[in-house]
Ligand binder design. Structure first.
Ligand SMILES: *Cc1c(COP(=O)(O)O)cnc(C)c1O
Length: 223
């Protein structure tokens, strides 16, 4: 079991070598012993998509793990993760950002946030469009958010076998990333991370400039 994990990890890390992209191990639905196995192999960046599941795992595992929330986050649940979450990849409104800032302040922390952009040709995916993104970055409120840092963008490509479609979507997200990176830089806005790519498309994502790939099934097997 952890033999397979070690092999999968080596294969993926070989593909990430010299690309500047970091591996976020997506551990959703996997039991704690699997996460402990991944930890023992040296992984420290874990991604979960549900608040309650993340809290339960956080409580049982070593405290030097950096937890990445990658799934849709409801405002009323921020308080459960504010004490420990390192990165929230799925920020999709100013209201959510305000709540993250408030809960981070209560815990005397600064939480790294990525804004999720809608890039897919699918009605089921969450995220902001470009004008919503600019509205957030140019809002007056954001200047007062001292307990968040906007560090990047996240996107999910269409679930398709057509690599040209996926490539185009990643390329467009990279263009948008470069644009906001150059245009917006303040105390709490500093774009350095582009979170794109999962098991089926992380190689395409890296070619297009991803800095964080979120990989689950290629590491741990199918869910
Ligand atoms: C589940 C999930 C992943 C990982 O998916 P795999 O196909 O298992 O690699 C990546 N990103 C998000 C947002 C997810 O929910």
């Amino acid at each position: 079991m952890s033999d397979t994990l070690a092999k999968n990890m080596a294969l993926i890390e070989a593909k990430l070598e010299n690309t500047g992209a970091k591996l976020i191990a997506v551990t959703k639905t996997k039991p704690v012993n699997i996460l402990q196995g991944a930890y023992n192999l040296g992984l420290r960046q874990f991604g979960e998509n549900k608040v309650q599941e993340m809290v339960e795992k956080y409580n049982q595992l070593p405290k030097d793990i950096a937890w990445h929330l990658i799934g849709h986050l409801q405002t009323n649940k921020v308080k459960y993760i504010a004490q420990f979450v390192a990165y929230i990849h799925s920020v999709d409104s100013l209201k959510l950002l305000a709540e993250i800032n408030k809960q981070a302040a209560k815990n005397e922390r600064v939480i790294n946030c990525l804004l999720q952009i809608y890039i897919a040709n699918e009605a089921t995916k969450f995220g902001l469009n470009e004008s919503e993104l600019f509205n957030i970055l140019e809002s007056e409120e954001i200047k007062n958010f001292e307990n968040i840092k906007i560090i990047g963008l996240m996107g999910m490509a269409t679930n398709t076998d057509d690599t040209q479609i996926i490539k185009n979507e990643f390329q467009n997200l990279k263009l948008l990333f470069d644009l906001v990176k150059n245009k917006y830089s303040t105390k709490n806005i500093n774009f350095s991370e582009l979170s794109m790519g999962m098991s089926s498309d992380f190689e395409l994502a890296i070619e297009q400039g991803s800095t964080m790939v979120r990989v689950g099934s290629s590491l741990f097997g199918n869910r």
